[in-house]
Design a protein around this ligand. Structure first.
Ligand code: NAI
Length: 303
């Protein structure tokens, strides 16, 4: 069955270049009306111009699609609210939000300035929070919404020099976990995309031959599936070079030790068993994980 976005309205942040541009072009090519948002700064978040985003809008329109440009910084909640209002005034709904805008301020943690830490968290995490918050009541009222957060393997697994970026990206997985639970009753599905692609963000980080295999277009199918009517909910899809995987935050079977004065020593001795991955699960929520632990204690005490 083909994936079609006719009648749907999408906002893609950071869509002036790189992955966001490909997301916007692909959504529009499949019928969505697209808000092409981009602040237009450099990869470190310095400067700003709406010309790159306007060029994407022009490309969509030249191909017969519908698009409007927006130059809001996702860090500015009032500007984000105005962008969402502009979307409502133009098309009357918001079905899809792709939180894609991002910057880098890489340095080893020892050398990292706290201002660079805060800015990266502000753009990635608070940017996605602002956009999600602004569209949330609209999606609730529509009883329909699809939100894609852009996380990263740097957050899921760590990368040297990216403490700020990794923390912000993993926070987006946490945001997704709760929004996907809260949105369910209104048919709002929230998922994460963990892309790998050759863009200005990865320039110089990987050898030329590797970058060649990583065309941004190869990531887009994962976004399209998560933006579609039949989207999954609460999924982290990794995508790069045409390969797709799902990342889970799992829980081992563990062991119940109870509380005695020597619990720390018994835990240290049992660490291999606690970390053993055989039979690990993915709890349905944080509360479900807590309930699991209480259940083990009750079994241990014959309750
Ligand atoms: P990019 O630098 O080409 O795209 C990011 C876009 O976001 C730029 O066009 C930039 O102007 C825009 N932007 C930055 N700050 C903004 C703000 N405050 N408000 C609005 N727009 C803003 O880089 P790329 O690679 O296309 O990145 C897209 C997303 O994918 C980012 O969230 C990035 O962290 C993520 N990502 C990329 C990976 C890759 O391999 N390229 C790996 C993992 C995640």
């Amino acid at each position: 069955m083909s994936i079609d976005f006719k009648g749907r309205v999408a906002i893609v942040t950071g869509a002036g270049g790189g992955l966001g541009k490909q997301h916007a072009l692909a959504l529009a090519a499949r019928g969505a009306k697209v808000v092409v948002n981009d602040l237009g700064g450099d990869v470190h978040g310095v400067g700003g111009s709406v010309s790159a985003a306007q060029a994407v809008v022009d490309e969509i329109r030249a191909a017969g699609g519908e698009a409007i440009v927006n130059g809001a910084s996702v860090t500015d909640f009032a500007a984000v609210q105005a962008m969402v209002q502009q979307t409502m005034d133009t098309w009357g709904r918001v079905d899809i939000l792709v939180n894609n805008a991002g910057i880098l301020r890489d340095k080893s943690f020892a050398k990292m300035d706290l201002a660079d830490f805060r800015l990266v968290v502000d753009v990635h995490l608070m940017g996605a929070v602002h956009c999600s918050k602004a569209v949330w009541p609209i999606m609730q009222a529509q009883n329909y919404g699809r939100i894609v957060m852009t996380t990263s393997s740097s957050g899921l697994y760590g990368n040297f020099g990216q403490a700020n970026y990794g923390a912000a990206k993993m926070a987006l997985a946490g945001l997704m976990q709760t929004l996907s639970i809260e949105g369910e009753k209104n048919n709002i599905r929230v998922n994460c995309l963990a892309p790998t692609a050759a863009t200005r963000m990865t320039e110089g980080l990987m050898p030329e031959a590797v970058l060649k295999a990583l065309e941004p277009q190869a990531v887009v199918p994962a976004m399209l599936v998560m933006a579609s009517e039949d989207a999954p909910n609460r999924t982290i899809i990794c995508a790069g070079a045409g390969s797709f995987e799902v990342a889970h935050i799992t829980l081992t079977q563990g062991v119940h030790l109870g509380l005695t004065p020597d619990t720390p020593e018994r835990l240290a001795a049992a660490l291999a068993q606690v970390t053993d991955r055989q039979g690990e699960t993915v709890p349905l929520s944080g509360a479900a994980q807590g309930t699991l632990e209480v259940g083990k204690a009750m079994v241990a005490h014959g309750g």
